[in-house]
Design a protein around this ligand. Structure first.
Ligand SMILES: [Cu+2]
Length: 107
């Protein structure tokens, strides 16, 4: 049985690294379909990353004026990761479609 233990340890080690990497990269995901964000309002913690994924067949954009964030053009299938590193209510818009809007509440 002793020979098995190192493999268990190594497996656990990489599993832990994988979890940390996943945690650091994305905490929340919001999709854009039919010119609509799938959340009207999303509550996140300070420091969280929100991944905005364009699941539409047309181009979109992510604009968070309070954070001075502008994703540029998001192609269909494209993703934009936004880090919300301060408290507050943030309006997230699409710079192409003025009706696309949602709120991210950071607390
Ligand atoms: Cu749009």
């Amino acid at each position: 049985m002793k020979t098995v233990r190192p493999f268990i340890f190594i497996g656990s080690f990489f599993a832990a690294i994988g979890c940390l990497a996943a945690y650091a990269s994305t905490n929340h995901m919001v999709t854009q379909t039919d010119k609509t964000f799938d959340s009207k309002e999303l509550a996140v913690a300070v420091g969280d990353t929100v991944l905005f994924k364009n699941t539409d067949s047309i181009k979109h954009n992510i604009l968070v004026e309070e954070l001075r964030y502008n994703s540029g053009i998001q192609q269909p299938g494209g993703e934009s990761a936004v880090v919300f590193d301060q408290n507050g209510r943030f309006v997230v818009r699409c710079g192409i479609h003025s009706r696309m809007k949602m709120i991210v509440v950071v607390d």
